[in-house]
Design a protein around this ligand. Sequence first.
Ligand SMILES: Cc1ncc(COP(=O)(O)O)c(C=O)c1O
Length: 331
Amino acid sequence: MIDLRSDTLTRPTEAMRQAMARAEVGDDVYGEDPTVAALEERVAGMFGHEAALFTPTGSMANVLAVASVVAPGQEVLCESSAHIARAELGAHGAISGITMRTWTDRRGQVDLAAIESMHAPDMGPFFVATAAVSVENTHNFAGGTVLPLEDLRALRAWADTTGVKVHLDGARLWNAHVATGTPLSDYGRVADVLAVCLSKGLGAPIGSLMVGSADAIAEARVRRKRMGGGMRQVGVLAAAGAYALDHHVDRLADDHAHARLLGEALGLDPQGVDTNIVVVGRPDAPAFVAAAADEGVRIAAVGPRAIRLVTHLDITRADADRAAAVLARLG
Ligand SMILES: Cc1ncc(COP(=O)(O)O)c(C=O)c1O
């Protein structure tokens, strides 16, 4: 089977497992795991922020990050198919007491005009106050699309004039960085707080980080524990993440090339495939998924009328060629 359902399916490589086995560890709730501390410091530095916090999942990093800038009873604005809106099972409402309003953009882009018109300043007992805007780069359900840096900078400039904060869901920000050459620090500069994942295209078995100010991270460390996310000798997992940062960032370009091949096989303009995710509208999504599986290619239906394919570390060029041939044949 060639498994293109998600880039979370990767298994740690032998070299990554060796790095995990060698990791120095301690009790991280006591702040005594040197491998976790080094990873947190390294990732904060990559984005030009003061501090970072290791979390088991991207969802937890997002929940902590958004809650650091949006209080209970306030709202965050985001695109309607953002992961925080669609796929975190209502965590921001259920856990943090936050509401959301959304704009819709087929490619998941920042719509500053919509944001400006939705923005509700604090008017006391009349409207829910807009505390933050959340953007997702790359945008998963829009098909791995990149948000251009100039759009993010325009959002930052607007946020500075209004006092609204910016949250960046950067689960796949590494892919945007490799696809565009934009320095990670430039992405860091446009956001008050970020979440980044090591367990997607980078191939670590687990691990994400919230990145932000020292104060926000100190508060999030307490909330993480309250949510049951205080972890102990977790340097073995942080070591996998550090290994991934050392060895698996530049190779994301291969995943992007493979995704373009698959997109082309499905009739898309490969230039419109920005990174490692291909989403194609198809009225027969479930039947197409079943037919591909019969031919040895696993893909996902994302809704009744769309399919998604994701390339990753465990997909070789030969796999991509074979999958592309199957998909083109199925038409
Ligand atoms: C854009 C985005 N943000 C956040 C997450 C959440 O990550 P996790 O599955 O580790 O909770 C995902 C997961 O696929 C994602 O695609």
